[in-house]
Design a binder for this molecule. Structure first.
Ligand SMILES: Cc1cc2nc3c(=O)[nH]c(=O)nc-3n(C[C@H](O)[C@H](O)[C@H](O)COP(=O)(O)O)c2cc1C
Length: 361
């Protein structure tokens, strides 16, 4: 039976299907609960949340489901030079972004301040909140955090973009490794080498990670229908994580415009760029990304986001997709369903069919 894997056993869920977490306000407790109630593992991206918000979100999820769920954080919250800017650096950045602020009729933001998230405080809140799973990206939590999670019965699930990262996660004592290929929507969470030099596709990454570590492996990146899930399980994954497929659902916290773009021909193309946050991420191409790429106007994370976040919000409010960011993975054109329960039912039914065919042929 494909449903029973080391992952489903470890986490205590029915189907080896994880709804990928979304940072940046795209997660919703409704989506997490819908996926967990359908027998998968819902995840909430909490990397932009304060301590009290993490506690409140966890409480809200528990009111909507009594099934296991994950809360997700970013372990590394600032890149070298991303703490702030001097006056000259600030003036140079504003000069670059000013034409876009002018186009949108908005003021440039002031000097970056309070723009770095507080991971240490967030992880304390997470341990206090006690979700079933702590999933994380961009690094490895300290030995102390991992052992406190173990003591509290919180399973740890860490993202790897290369075999070396998978081995480092296992060596640190992380319970489950996410092998995420470059097809995935959102950020590339590489932490040993630059994201640009860690671009491995899901197809080669999953079996290599499976061979390299003995802990359960979750596959992510470009998986969008039952065929993708069946392929990942066949490659040795113990579960799959889908992001874009669930982001496109009505229950996620994105906009209808974003959902429609994901389901339309715009999602035939996606690009990897540092244009919006200063860290490499996959989204739909547009004029803003092309210009920032052309000028190589990248500031370290999260300073780049300081200048682009208000610009994105205003562009979205004014209906200007040429400047707003729309995250999506390469599997978007395969998507058909707009509700999480329908995604789950189509995956489970489809995988059943594929594996029945395989075993009866
Ligand atoms: C809008 C968006 C935000 C994301 N934010 C996070 C995040 O905060 N933490 C994380 O671990 N993964 C994040 N991801 C990655 C997803 O959880 C998931 O691993 C990825 O989308 C899987 O690839 P797919 O989109 O091809 O299905 C994000 C993805 C998207 C599309």
């Amino acid at each position: 039976m494909w449903q029973k894997t080391r992952f489903t056993e470890a986490v205590g869920i029915q189907h080896p299907i994880v709804q990928g977490p979304f940072g940046g306000g795209f997660s919703s407790t409704d989506l997490v609960a819908a996926v967990s109630n359908a027998g998968g593992l819902g995840s909430f991206g909490a990397h932009n949340l304060r301590r009290d918000e993490i506690l409140r979100v966890t409480e809200e999820i528990r009111q909507k489901t009594d099934k296991p769920f994950a809360i997700n954080l970013w372990v590394s919250v600032v890149d070298e030079g991303g703490e702030g800017l001097d006056e000259a650096g600030y003036r140079q950045a504003v000069e670059f972004f000013q034409p876009y602020y002018d186009e949108l009729g908005m003021q440039a933001p002031g000097m970056p301040h309070d723009h770095v998230e507080h991971y240490e405080e967030q992880v304390e809140a997470l341990i206090e909140a006690g979700p079933d799973v702590f999933s994380f990206v961009f690094g490895i939590p300290s030995a102390d955090v991992l052992s406190r999670c173990r003591a509290a019965g919180i399973k740890t699930l860490g993202a790897a973009t290369t075999v070396a990262e998978a081995k480092a996660l296992e060596a640190a004592g992380v319970d489950i490794v996410l092998a995420t290929g470059f097809e995935a929507g959102g950020h590339r969470p590489s932490f040993l080498k630059s994201a640009e030099t860690s671009l491995v596709g899901t197809l080669p990454l999953v079996p290599q990670v499976r061979d390299a570590v003995s802990v359960p492996v979750v596959a992510a990146g470009g998986i969008a229908d039952a065929r993708g899930v069946a392929a990942a399980l066949t490659l040795g994954a113990d579960a799959v994580q889908l992001g874009t497929a669930f982001l496109a659902c009505a229950e996620s916290n994105t906009t209808d415009q974003h959902r429609d773009l994901i389901f339309g021909s715009a999602a035939d193309d996606t690009v990897l760029s540092r244009a919006y946050t200063g860290r490499l991420a996959r989204f739909l191409p547009n004029r803003f990304v092309a210009n920032v790429e052309g000028a190589k106007a990248f500031l370290p994370f999260p300073v780049q986001a300081w200048f682009t976040t208000p610009l994105k919000k205003t562009a979205l409010a004014q209906g200007k997709p040429e400047l707003a960011s729309f995250y999506a993975g390469q599997g978007a054109p395969l998507l058909e369903h707009r509700r999480a329960a329908d995604v789950m039912a189509a995956l489970v039914g489809g995988i059943d069919q594929i594996f029945t065919r395989t075993t009866t042929n």
